[in-house]
Design a protein around this ligand. Structure first.
Ligand SMILES: [Zn+2]
Length: 371
């Protein structure tokens, strides 16, 4: 039994939330009908001619890639150019296409964290923050006896998380006063008479994204007709997401680290900039093209940046700045995530009680060869 294409797209959106994608990027469902049934998926780094042929041969319903096939705006869909020809093949064969690009690079547990896991880089942080999410403090006044139900409803809707702690709240007791006016239906008190009620003020934090959900959950269980609550912006708490990671490794030399990277990424060649005997402890990482992060890596105190697509001038600049570089290739630094994505889709679809066949592309190879 299959799942709707849109359901697979939502499963991928959970792994690579589209809000993280860079403005210039193009992620999400790029080709296909969300209501179509999908029972076989092929995961690859790119939708190349080889990958699309593999998908057609293996009777796949959907392809999930990292790089988006439609990237620059297209003016036509014609068979005489590569993108047009691939789009025609996909549509003719009723194959949907989803891409998780910078959304996946930036996401926690996405591309860069997978690369760090493979390379054994720990205690890591985001290298270049591209997206941050604010928090609010919410305070609500409830009559005594209703604290638990209101707190639980709010925490279950996403409030109360601070670091790895959940259900974080604070409560104080006090006296609430109010006078119900004509036309009201007060839970406690009489119309026209000032009422004093023993109330509890519950305070908790909520990520901006869950604010509406938390307020609705609170209003649903609160006994009052008119609920008094306040929402304050928090300046001291925010979650930061971004490109690349920086972390530490057991101290080694640049040469030794380069050999480890070769072994872990299963590659025969890579390029290194810097003194092979330099001591390395702090490592910056960015899968794919990460030369634009050289300055960031320097300012964060990295000894080396492991990335790909380093140009000559990038290498010279890094030398001037005292930053070592390991260019392990775009394909090798990113293709390691393909298997992870396939396993993730299998796990998530199984959780929903569905058996979907998810294949890892066998046809896509690094376009570069070394002679
Ligand atoms: Zn890439």
């Amino acid at each position: 039994m299959g799942l709707k294409c849109q359901v697979i797209a939502s499963i991928m959106d959970k792994l690579a939330p589209r809000k993280f994608a860079e403005e210039w990027d193009n992620v999400g469902l790029l080709v296909g009908d969300g209501s179509k049934d999908v029972s076989k998926i092929l995961v690859a780094l790119d939708a190349t001619f080889e990958v699309v042929k593999e998908a057609i041969d293996k009777k796949v319903d959907m392809i999930v890639t990292h790089h988006p096939l439609i990237f620059k705006p297209i003016k036509n869909v014609k068979a005489d150019n590569p993108v047009g020809s691939l789009l025609i093949q996909l549509i003719k064969n009723d194959i949907s296409l989803y891409a998780a690009h910078t959304s996946f690079d930036i996401a926690p547990n996405g591309m860069n964290d997978i690369l760090c896991n493979v390379l054994g880089i720990y205690d890591r942080e985001v290298l270049d923050v591209t997206y941050s999410e604010g928090y609010k403090k919410i305070a609500v006044y409830v009559p005594q006896g209703y604290e638990e139900i209101v707190k639980n409803a709010m925490c279950n809707a996403g409030a109360g998380f601070i670091g790895n702690y959940s259900n974080s709240t604070f409560q104080t007791q006090g006296i609430g006063t109010y006078k119900p006016l004509e036309g009201t239906n007060p839970f406690i008190g009489e119309i026209g008479k000032i009422e004093k009620v023993e109330e509890v003020k519950i305070e908790t934090v909520v990520p901006q994204k869950y604010l509406e959900k938390v307020i609705n959950a609170m209003l649903n269980v609160h006994p009052y007709e008119e609920v008094a609550y306040d929402v304050y912006p928090l300046e001291n708490l925010k979650e930061e997401y971004g490109l690349g990671r920086i972390g530490t490794i057991s101290e080694t030399t640049l040469k030794e680290l380069a050999l480890q990277v070769k072994a872990k990424l299963k590659i025969n060649n890579l390029r290194v900039v810097g003194d092979p005997n330099k001591k390395i402890k702090k490592v910056a990482v960015c899968g794919g093209s990460g030369a634009s992060l050289i300055h960031k890596a320097v300012s964060r105190g990295a000894d080396v940046l492991i990335t790909a697509d380093i140009g000559y001038h990038d290498a010279v600049e890094a030398q001037h700045l005292g930053l070592s570089l390991i260019d392990a290739g775009h394909f090798a630094t990113e293709n390691i995530a393909v298997r992870f994505i396939a396993e993730y889709i299998i796990d998530e679809t199984q959780k929903q009680g569905n058996e979907i066949e998810v294949l890892v592309s066998e046809s896509q190879k690094d376009p570069f060869m070394y002679l």
